[in-house]
Design a binder for this molecule. Sequence first.
Ligand SMILES: [Zn+2]
Length: 304
Amino acid sequence: MVDRAAGLTARVLGAAAGGGFPQWNCGCRLCRLVRAGDPRVRPATQVSIAVSANETEWIVVGASPDLRQQILQTPSLWPRAGLRDSPIAAIVLIGGDVDALAGLLVLRERQAFTVFAPRPMLDLLDENRIFDVLDPTVVRRETLVPLEPVPCGGGLVLTLLPMPGKVPLYLEDRGASEPEPGANYAALLEANGRSVIIAPACAEITAAVRRQLSRADLVFFDGTLFTDDEMILAGLGQKTGRRMGHVPVSGPGGTLEGLADLPGRRMLVHINNSNPIWHLDSPERRQVEAAGFEIAYDGMEVRL
Ligand SMILES: [Zn+2]
C-alpha cells in the first residue's frame, strides 16, 4: 500500500504567467482559441503552486491574483472543520510582480497563517498599506534569508534560492531600455527525503543556477516564452523575454539547452499566453517533450 503521508505532493493551482490564459485584453491566436473552447488549448490561471508533506497542511508558493478561484477549484484547500479554517499554513512570496503577490489580498478575513518572504518583498507589503487588510496581529510576516533553511509548517523545510532577475515592472524607471537587475528567487521545499524547487522567473541559466536546481527531485521552471522575441514577432509588445527577466525555453542559452542535464523531473510553468507550447498539437510542444521536459497545467498533481 502506498503511504500517502510519507512523500511530498505538489499541486499546480495555476500554470500561466501574468495575465493568465486567455489574458483579459488579448486577441492573439491562442487566446482566441481558448475563448472559442478549442480542446487543443486549456485555459490556465496565474502561477501558484501548493506543496504538502502530509496532505492536510499546505504551503502555497506564489500568491496569484487568481488565488481565490484556485482555492475554490481545489477541495484539499477548503476548510476542514469549524466555522473558520484553512489548510493553508503559509504563503511563500518569491516575486514582487503583481501576478506573484496580489493574491494575498483575497486571503483577508482574519485567518491565521504565515507569510514567508525575502526582505525586499516584505518591504513592498510594509510600504503598501492595502496589505494591512491581512491584520499583522493575525497573519505573521517572516523574513526569509537566502540559503537559510527554515521550517515553514506541515513538516516542510523551506530554503530561499537567489535567481538572476530584475526588479518588478512597476518599480522600473519607465523609460529604461535595459532591465534593472533586482532580487529574484526560487523556493526549495523539502520533506521526507523529497524535494521540489519552484522557480517561475529566471533571467539566465548560470552555472550557479544549474547547481541549485540539481538539488531537487522536481523543478518547476520559468516557461514564460518559447523564443526570446516571441512577443515582438506576434505584435504583442516591444520587449524580449530576457528584457522581461525570463530566459526563453528554446534557442542558445535557453532552458532546453541549459537544463538538459538536470537529474530531476523538469516541469515548465509560468507560461505566457503567447507561448505556442500551450497548443497540444504544436511542434514547439513536441520539441519540449522530446527534450524530456514536462508542461504544467492547472490542477496537475505530482507525488514524489
Ligand atoms: Zn494572447
